[in-house]
Design a protein around this ligand. Structure first.
Ligand code: SAH
Length: 333
């Protein structure tokens, strides 16, 4: 059964995948077991990358319908060079070696110069660290500038690949442009991460299969799928949250498709199910983010998913990793 399942998924057999996306109960457990087997027999076995996130700024020029970062009248913040460096120092002292530096989209050159300054200095000070940037669409020149600091990775999710659905979810951008940005990052030599959001309003199972086909084509080191979380301050605030099982099944399919990629189990899985992130690891994920890099006073101002933030700390993260029989590492790639 499991060999057949792997074959169907790797061929992206549409009928079978539609069925698998809806698995529950025993069938779902078998799917997860197959995904875990693929992961554990792959390059990183049962290791989990444990990283920290620093949310640099909530200034954002996009207006994505699912995201509440661009809500009107919000109080904006941007961490200064000094605060960012201090945060990196504190985390590095605690032994952290992978830093996810995330922000709203801001092409302002001063902002990019500040990020570049911090990346360059951090890498000089701690030559063994990994910097993962997630700053949205920037110009070729800005991506090149960031790459030259020594930052190794960049995450830019396409979010949803169907052109019309993309326009509905990200009215200020197009899928063509987003894909062009992703390709530029790959061509510059970044280790690139991309993926989608599962359970978005008006998303069909067919759309999810289109997403899988795209992921299969791209040359990615990291892939991800977050579960759509509805936020009353976003345009999609009236829609329900995405189905957690659908996201978990999608993650398990991703693992079977990409045995050696980093796949995060995100806090989007943890809103109404306490064990959501643990379920993500059970479904084949191998990356967990500790939310200890953003200064407390700004945490609630960086609200992409929800106003009630869930900010998992080190102990909790280490516990769920251990409970899943996995081993934490400071980085895997
Ligand atoms: N500005 C950056 C970072 C965005 S936040 C960029 O454009 O890439 C990081 C990720 O959070 C997004 O790529 C998106 O996939 C996810 N996200 C944002 N809002 C969400 C929501 N309401 N539900 C689920 N995922 C969401």
């Amino acid at each position: 059964m499991s060999d057949n399942l792997i074959k169907y998924i790797r061929e992206i057999n549409e009928d079978k995948i539609k069925e698998v996306l809806q698995y529950k109960g025993e069938q779902q457990e078998k799917l997860f077991e197959t995904a875990r087997k693929v992961r554990n027999e792959g390059k990183f076995q049962n290791k989990v990358e444990l990283r920290s996130v620093i949310e640099l700024s909530n200034v954002c020029s996009q207006k994505c319908s699912y995201c509440s970062i661009s809500k009107d009248g919000k109080e904006i913040y941007t961490l200064s060079r000094e605060v960012t460096e201090e945060k990196i120092d504190n985390l590095a002292k605690k032994g952290r070696r992978t830093f996810l530096i995330q922000s709203g989209e801001n092409k302002n050159q001063k902002f990019i110069d500040d990020v570049s300054f911090c990346c360059e200095n951090a890498i000089k000070k701690y030559p063994d660290i990994k910097i993962v940037l997630c700053l949205g669409n920037l110009s070729d020149k800005q991506y090149k500038q960031l790459k030259e600091t020594g930052a190794q990775r960049y995450i830019l999710k396409f979010e949803t690949s169907n052109p019309e659905h993309h326009k509905f979810c990200r009215p200020n951008d197009t899928i063509e442009n987003r894909l062009d940005r992703i390709q530029t990052l790959i061509d510059l030599g970044f280790q690139v991460g991309s993926g989608n959001i599962a359970g978005l309003p008006k998303q069909t199972l067919g759309n999810l299969i289109e997403d899988l086909k795209l992921i299969d084509k791209l040359n990615l080191s990291m892939v991800s799928s977050t579960r759509f979380i509805s936020n009353k301050f976003s345009k999609f605030g009236e829609y329900p949250d995405g189905d957690i099982d659908l996201t978990l099944n999608f993650l398990a399919i991703l693992r079977i498709l990409k045995p050696d990629c980093l796949i995060p189990s995100t806090t989007s899985l943890a809103f109404d199910k306490k064990n959501g992130q643990k379920r993500g690891l059970t479904a084949g994920c191998n990356t967990i983010t500790i939310h200890d890099g953003t200064p407390k006073e700004f945490e609630n101002k960086y609200s992409i998913y929800s106003s009630e933030r869930f900010s998992p700390q080190e102990l909790y993260c280490r516990e769920i990793i251990e409970e899943c029989g996995m081993i934490s590492e400071s980085y895997l790639i």
